[in-house]
Design a protein around this ligand. Sequence first.
Ligand code: ZN
Length: 233
Amino acid sequence: MRTALISDIHSNLEALSRVLDRIDQLGVDRIVCLGDLVGYGPFPNECVELVRKRCGAVIKGNHDAGTIEDLPLTHFNNDGRSAIRWTQERISPENADFLRNLPLLQVLDGMTLTHATPVDPASWDYIFSPSDIRKCFKHFTTPLCCIGHTHIPLVAGEDGKVHAIQSGRRALINPGSVGQPRDGNPRASFGLFDDATQQFEIIRVTYEIDVTADAIRKAGLPEALAKRLSLGI
Ligand code: ZN
């Protein structure tokens, strides 16, 4: 079974649409979304509706939780907070209900899915260092654990080191961010996992960054949220 993993869309409809186009070309069996459908960007309802239509499993991210008042706004930096307030004023009741009902963690066919960390999903801690990575492995039992949140692609083993998935060994993977990549590469990022071959691949997709950046400015969202997209930070 071939699974496309998408995460951290952040209301970037242009990026999500191009990623879904590529996924359709690849002909995957299912799409899994690891959270943060909304926040930062200008098209929250459109993105939630596309995810509802296209994804077989969807996890709640911290920006989704903030939007439905599951998480206090003090959790976010100034720009993040402004964007969440903006989103709260515009999200439809039906889409808000969808976000409210999302799980923080789900186990699906040998994959543990969560947004931030399997150690304590509601802590919203970030997994960056080898010791953070090693700690995660004590908190899932499946062959794979799939996370998002840092917006930086990752494939790591139980030793805390970054390397490709090795057959018979457990792995922690992060497909990177669709709507706000932060690894210095501004192209939209997603992951493709084939459980027959145990191959995991990070795929980058070009999209019209200016379309999203202009819509951010037009919406009156913070300028920094427009600027960072072309820098990939
Ligand atoms: Zn995010």
